[in-house]
Design a protein around this ligand. Structure first.
Ligand code: GMT
Length: 374
């Protein structure tokens, strides 16, 4: 199949999933055309059957805002025609599904459009009355709509009420990239004693991630058993988090690592993963950690309970319940047998329930169904 993929190519779970999906589809022999504003950041390696079409957005002085959406739709139309695509798979209802619909119309084509909802397009933008109708339009005019969790699917029906069937297709990780590495040297290089326990949080430090709850949880764990916290990523809440760490006088115990590429090595040297978000359609970072054998503690919200089975591969806690999160972390970190069992379960979760082959097959079945209808 010749498949066009549009996503936000910069760092973010949806960009990661779209790019990894494109790479894996290419490995299975499909021809992939990324239509994006820049080359997706995970698009490393050379693939003879992956092509990248860049959307150029000019900013003319007469326009207050650069017309990205129109430029994207125009590019999509061009690629549909020139490359004779079989279908488009776009990530995010707005703007990407709406641009795909416009692009298809401009090309005079009846190509199928698959739209994947990732969360922010529904749970954040869906509350904006100026965008709600456009989101519904993007969903209803797509041929197939998928959501990355049952929770997001339900939220889409509750908030947007589209007259459209939505399929859940969970996210996956590339097991070849995310697996347990030998991280003894890295732990040494970071100055962490071999015996000391390590907790990790990875995010874009947006408000919804509640990183302050991660730090508050860690402060309680650290007081009880002594440990280190790795904070990986960067974003708008970072300066407040620095201040909180200072106020709690745990500067020596918290390592601010910024944006990193070697995530699977960092997970491999970690004993527990923390994700205390107030909104999370899926929580791809949980799966990445689990694929490296790391049990996770997360809030009982959004898609997180679809990944964490409390008491099996980690623990679920209430939103903002840093006492429960700290108790859960101390339990895992002070009981080697429990940690070992949870680590095995975490690996099983990532490799079996959310294995890349399984999820890829689900997407391919949807694509094939669409082509048969045409
Ligand atoms: O979480 C973010 O801030 C980034 C956002 C994105 O669009 O990349 O992530 C969303 O999509 C990911 C991939 O499907 C999911 O794992 C995240 O849970 C989801 N984020 C939210 O729902 C807040």
């Amino acid at each position: 199949m010749k498949i066009g993929i549009t996503c936000y190519p910069t760092v973010g779970g949806s960009g990661v999933v779209a790019t990894e999906l494109g790479k894996m589809l290419a490995e299975k022999g499909h021809e992939i055309h990324f239509i994006t504003s820049s080359t997706p950041f995970r698009l490393n390696g050379l693939y003879a059957n992956i092509f990248s079409h860049q959307v150029d957005v000019n900013s003319y002085s007469v326009f207050q805002y650069a017309p990205y959406d129109i430029a994207l739709a125009t590019k999509i139309a061009e690629v549909i025609k020139n490359e004779e695509l079989d279908l488009l798979h776009v990530h995010y209802a707005i703007p990407h599904a709406v641009c795909a619909i416009l692009g298809r119309d401009m090309a005079g084509s009846d190509i199928g459009i698959v739209t994947t909802l990732h969360g922010t397009d529904i749970t954040v933008l869906g509350t904006d009355s100026s965008l709600k109708d456009a989101i519904r339009y993007g969903i209803e005019k797509s041929d197939i709509v998928t959501a990355v969790s049952d929770s997001l699917k339900q939220q889409t029906y509750d908030m947007i009420a589209p007259d459209k069937q939505i399929e859940t297709v969970h996210n996956f990780v590339d097991e070849r990239e995310y697996h347990k590495h030998d991280s003894v040297k890295l732990k040494q290089e970071l100055g962490i004693p071999a015996h000391e326990k390590v907790l990790i949080h990875v995010s874009n430090f947006r408000k919804v991630k509640r990183v302050e709850d991660v730090v508050a949880t860690f402060a309680k764990v650290q007081k009880a058993i002594g440990a280190k916290l790795l904070l990986v990523g960067d974003g708008p809440e970072m300066s407040g988090i620095h201040q909180q760490v200072k106020d709690l006088q745990i500067e020596q115990e918290v390592l601010f690592l910024g944006k990193r590429d070697n995530l699977s090595e960092l997970y491999s040297m970690s004993d527990v993963k923390l994700l205390m978000s107030e909104k999370e359609a899926f929580g791809l970072v949980l799966l990445e950690a689990m694929a490296c054998g790391v049990p996770a503690i997360g809030t009982r919200i959004g898609g997180i309970p679809e990944i964490i089975e409390s008491g099996e591969n980690g623990f679920l806690v209430g939103l903002g319940d840093t006492d429960a999160a700290a108790d859960a972390a101390i339990r895992i970190l002070t009981d080697d047998a429990l940690h070992g069992q949870m680590s095995v379960k975490a690996l099983e979760t990532a490799n079996q329930r959310f294995g890349s082959e399984k999820i890829l097959a689900e997407y391919e079945a949807l694509y094939e169904g669409l082509l048969k209808k045409a």
